[in-house]
Design a protein around this ligand. Structure first.
Ligand code: ADP
Ligand code: MG
Length: 329
């Protein structure tokens, strides 16, 4: 079955403006305090574009996904899709966007109903696509399972716990793509896959983008994959975007000390490594100072960094960096 002609190319833009998400966390037996997991994040993704989102574990990537996909309420800021504000909609108000905006979850096992066979888990979301009878939906399930390299005759009747993490991750990708979405948040979609399948899935995503202008936010610890698939890259640290720019700019010449540390660690030994090795010291700690959140870990920090809030600044034609010292170090 050829899916390629079924859907017109999307021309829709996803915009995130100053998004803030705080969780209430226990600080003692009786009291809770807000913890800011996403801190005034703004970004814009035109249709057909891929944004790579990178940063250490715990920096707020999955929380950002949940805010965009209306899986949690945001404290402030906006998520705008095709000109409409969609943050904090009720489930029924969000329904028209459910089909268009999909997510591939970081932990595939938790994103499937353990009591539901794979075939059913894929069939259910297809109800959102009208005018498909049962047989046509079955055909679509087979088509998408084949596309992610899983044999339908073997897998439709399996339960999630009968599959490996990598197989389930591929079902997650099939489930997201089968409804022919316009936007997909891919949260570590290839982490459980071995290298050959990883390349296959990434190429599938790119092919689909070519056909349908679907836009992606792609999160991965594998920065090589991010460099391959993304057009623009956002670097996140403790809830904040600290740098963004074209992938060439950010990967070839990272400006923020944190990006430089992150990318140097990955590309050390490759030809494209940054010239000067920068190390980020110690563990991630939630900073209480008013200034830069990286203050305690940054070898370039000065008193001013601790005392003054760092804003995200355009340093050269759309290249945004949150560091006073970015251009001098
Ligand atoms: P990432 O996906 O980048 O690893 P997350 O978005 O999962 O980061 O988490 C960001 C921060 O928010 C972490 O410090 C995490 O512990 C915290 N966090 C995530 N979910 C919750 C929750 N439901 N309640 C409280 N804190 C949370
Ligand atoms: Mg995550």
């Amino acid at each position: 079955m050829d899916q390629s002609c079924q859907k017109e190319k999307s021309t829709k833009v996803l915009e995130i403006e100053n998004l803030v998400k705080e969780y209430l966390v226990k600080v003692s037996l009786v009291s809770k305090e807000p913890f800011r997991a996403v801190d005034r994040v703004s970004l814009k993704i035109p249709s057909g574009d891929t944004v790579g989102l990178v940063g250490e574990s715990g920096c707020g990537k999955s929380t950002l996904a949940k805010c965009i996909l209306n899986l949690t309420r945001v404290n402030s800021g906006k998520v705008i899709y095709d000109g409409e504000e969609i943050q904090n909609l009720s489930d029924s108000e969000f329904l028209p966007y459910r089909e268009k905006m999909q997510m591939v979850f970081q932990s595939p096992l938790y994103s499937f109903n353990p009591m539901m066979k794979v075939g059913q888990a894929l069939m259910d979301p297809l109800r959102m696509i009208r005018h498909l009878n049962h047989r046509e939906r079955e055909e679509m399930v087979e088509y998408y399972l084949n596309l992610v390299g899983l044999d339908p005759t073997e897998f439709v009747s399996k339960y999630p716990n009968e599959m490996s993490g990598g197989q389930l991750q591929r079902v997650g990708v099939a489930r997201a793509l089968a409804v022919e979405p316009e936007f997909v948040f891919l949260d570590e979609p290839t982490s459980a896959l071995d290298m050959s399948i990883r390349g296959q899935i990434v190429n599938l995503l790119l092919e689909l983008q070519e056909k349908q202008s679907v836009s992606y936010i792609f999160v991965s610890h594998d920065l090589r994959v991010v460099r391959y698939i993304a057009n623009r890259v956002f670097v996140m640290y403790l809830g904040e975007i600290v740098e963004s720019g074209s992938k060439e700019d950010v990967f070839e010449r990272p400006l923020h000390p944190y990006s430089r540390g992150l990318l140097t660690a990955t590309f050390l030994g490759s030809k494209r490594r940054t010239d000067k090795k920068i190390e980020i010291k110690g563990e991630v700690v939630q900073e209480t100072n008013v200034g830069c959140k990286l203050y305690n870990r940054c070898s370039y920090a000065k008193d001013r960094c601790k005392e003054e809030k760092q804003e995200l600044k355009d340093v050269e034609g759309g290249r945004l960096v949150r560091c006073w010292r970015a251009l001098e170090i």
